[in-house]
Design a protein around this ligand. Sequence first.
Ligand SMILES: [Zn+2]
Length: 429
Amino acid sequence: MRALLATLALLGCTLSGAHAADQRPALLTPDQVWTGDGAPHAGWSVLVAQGRIQGVGPTATLPVPADVDRIALPGKTLIPGLIDLHSHVLLHPYNETTWDDQVLKEAPAYRVALAVRHAVDTLQAGFTTLRDLGTEGAGYADVGIKRAIEEGQVPGPRLLVATRAIVATASYGPAERSYRPDMDIPYGAQQATGADEATKAVREQAARGADWIKFYADYRTGPDGGTRPTFTLEEMKAIVAAAHASGRKVAAHASSDDAIRLAVLAGVDTIEHGYGASEATFRLMLERKVAYVPTLTAPEAIGEYFQRHVRGGAPTPAMQQAERAFRLARKLGVTIGNGSDVGVFAHGTNERELEWMVRLGMSPTEALRAATVVAAGILDRKDLGAIRNGMLADVVAVDGDPTADIAALRKVDFVMKGGMVYRNQPGIR
Ligand SMILES: [Zn+2]
């Protein structure tokens, strides 16, 4: 606990109480409450005790105990803690250090130290749950970071981790062709060839603490550097079978139509990126109940770093492709969950993804649902993503009304996770 307090003091956070169970009940009274469904309710409060939501409704109707801690949040909207389904806490923006240099030159201890900082930034921005999709060469470090957060040693969001992720042999990065052939280089994920090795990789990662299994269905392995499927359908099926047998869901990185289709046929649960998906493939996803995680902010960030894209300016071809896929998936009714690929861009600015979803046609409420109720559904977490009796007390207050203007998410003033207050001070940006 001392370590946690010291960390928080260093980082300028506020924290009240130790463990949720020791805390007095709290009554949060904002201007309005958006529960995850419908319109916001003015004049409502939320009662929290024992780390869970114990009441939500008009303030006068709540069974408020005498010793309650009253937390007034004037001018603010209370919403469920936000969920980002695609993060990399062990990466930092590529304009600071290229991906290759992070994997090849940064000591694992250094990467972990940065990741702790990233976890703090994320939680302070109102994101209380991350599905972290691969350590990119940092082994099983995510499992350790998750443990430290769960124990309260360091502040951070709830993590669901994928550990090393699985790639087809010699089909990821750092790209072999960029280095001397006689060099033995650290790799960004675990390599496998054939159904047996793929199965083995799933079992190893599961045993080391993976909550989700992530594999790369395609990569830039074409003769011209074009994106091609990497694993065979048989290999993908082996990954999915082993993961599902162990009770874990599967996320597939796939951006080419061929690879997305193969991954969906193999039985994956989510498609990451999906930029090249055709209408027929999105229809297949709809039919098989495969969710789509669009990561719209990643191509914008890459454009800024390497293609002189200026934010708000003409979109790059990659951004146009992402937009096409997003609009098509939404039109067809594919389940869309909020996932940003944060780590490619700065941790703590995860809300950029919601702003993109709104820019490309979603209503603010729809985007908020993608980052709360819908995301929790994809995670099979019935205790997250809404403000309802019995749910874990992950709630966030933002200045203004994000259901009217999604940019209000830039002004997170209050963050509670599991009944503990991690922030109660105005705006971050
Ligand atoms: Zn990613």
